[in-house]
Design a protein around this ligand. Structure first.
Ligand code: AMP
Ligand code: MG
Length: 402
């Protein structure tokens, strides 16, 4: 039996790298992994402009202005955002200016309109301003040549906004892996079907579908294979058009657990089959035609945690994502936990910030088929294989989910 660390190393070793890159339109970029460094090719803003509605002035003209010492300037024109910008400011003159309009030639500051009074082509100014006051300078946000976005990030709305402001309508991103999802089991029925004793709705295909999407892949539902060599052979062969294959069920010691045999027959190079962890000990991994194959155990929570621990990191490597690692923290345990030496435990938990530190407790029964405690969990407590008890009040490692 391989350790979790050894298994993860084997998985990452088998994933050779990204699947290449493609140019994608700006509106299709959210959620994609950037595959280039983006340097600005302009200053943003591209010109000095007013941060206020008011009057553009020469600060030296209004030295000493105050509430009871108004200084009068002749109004030489008006600048509004996007409007005519021919007027100039010379000694004794001001230009009425709106937020966003360029600073007129000759002016070095803006007085807020609230501190002025205008009538008949004259404005009276009641405050002095420093040179540069209320002016936003060209390039103060981003300078021409700055590294703005680094490769490996997952693009979000702010990134899209900054690309747009630089005039970029597309970017180069990593290709998304297509991930085949195959359920197995004679008892597994469609979620629309009437349930009756002995049958189980195919929830794994759905939770895996979402986990794949959330990890930057394209899920491809390959249906349900029955517990026969023929059915599995056909179904597994049909998965080979994808970049990654994820199956659930049929990898334990049961009489009808044929996934491993059939995959080996199809040419899989097996890397491991059992991992020292709970939930999810039976866990088959290998490569077939250079593609990673994950045979996760069928219990719904084992499937999800197997995905988290092994498939997700593989997908992060395959998409070149540098920011996808789950956040791990130390938290104060609020109850006693009993585990078993030799197995690494991933325990569904609710972790929260409390009085300057994280605290955590389990979300109830931890049976590997019990999705209810997964639903309540925002994290997993990770208990190392070297220990078998963790006492209330001690520190534990916690990994947040999502
Ligand atoms: P297996 O790993 O095939 O032995 O399955 C272990 C348990 O998971 C059994 O109780 C199965 O009924 C259940 N199971 C298997 N596949 C699925 C699935 N696709 N959706 C929900 N439960 C499943
Ligand atoms: Mg089964």
């Amino acid at each position: 039996m391989i350790s979790v660390d050894g298994a993860l190393k084997a998985v990452l070793g088998a994933v050779k790298g990204t699947l290449g890159t493609e140019d994608v339109h700006i509106l299709d970029l959210p959620g994609r992994v950037l595959a280039e460094d983006i340097y600005s090719r302009c200053d943003i803003p591209s010109f000095d402009y007013s941060a206020m509605d008011g009057y553009a002035v020469r600060s030296s003209d209004i030295k000493g202005a105050s509430g009871d010492n108004g200084i009068r300037l002749e109004v030489a024109g008006e600048f509004r955002a996007g409007g005519d910008i021919s007027a100039k400011v010379s000694e004794g003159r001001a230009v009425r200016i709106m937020t966003g309009a360029p600073i007129p030639q000759g002016a070095d500051a803006v007085v807020m309109v609230e501190n002025t009074k205008a009538a008949g082509g004259i404005v009276e100014v009641f405050e002095e301003v420093e040179r540069g006051e209320n002016i936003r300078l060209a390039g103060e946000d981003i300078r021409n040549g700055d590294l703005v976005l680094g490769n490996g990030i997952i693009l979000n709305s702010a990134h899209i906004g900054i690309l747009a402001s630089m005039g970029l309508s597309s970017a180069r991103v990593s290709k998304m892996p297509r991930v085949a999802i195959l359920a197995t089991g004679d008892e597994v029925i469609a979620i629309e079907d009437e349930i009756n004793p002995g049958k189980v709705r195919n929830s794994n295909a759905y939770s895996l579908y979402v986990q794949v999407k959330e990890s930057g892949g394209i899920p491809v539902n390959k249906g349900v294979a029955r517990d026969s060599r023929e059915s599995l052979r056909d179904a597994l062969k049909s998965c080979l058009d994808c970049d990654i294959i994820v199956a659930s069920g049929g990898v334990s010691m049961g009489e009808y657990d044929y996934v491993k045999d059939v995959m080996k027959e199809l040419g899989m190079d097996e890397k491991f089959w059992k991992v020292a962890m709970r939930p999810g000990k039976p866990n088959l991994f290998g490569t077939i035609a250079g593609k990673p194959f994950f045979g996760l155990p069928g219990n719904p929570v084992s499937t999800m945690i197997g995905f988290e621990v092994f498939v997700r990191p593989a997908m992060m490597k395959m998409t070149g994502c540098r920011v996808g690692e789950r956040k791990e923290v130390e938290a104060l345990l609020e109850e006693d936990i009993k585990t078993k030496k030799g197995l690494r435990f991933f325990i569904r938990a609710r972790t929260r910030w409390n009085n300057g530190g994280y605290v955590t407790k389990t979300t109830g029964p931890q049976g590997s088929g019990m999705l209810s405690s997964m639903v309540k969990a925002n994290s997993l407590i990770i208990v190392h294989e070297d220990i078998d008890t963790v006492k209330k009040g001690s520190k534990v490692k916690v990994r947040f989910l999502g």
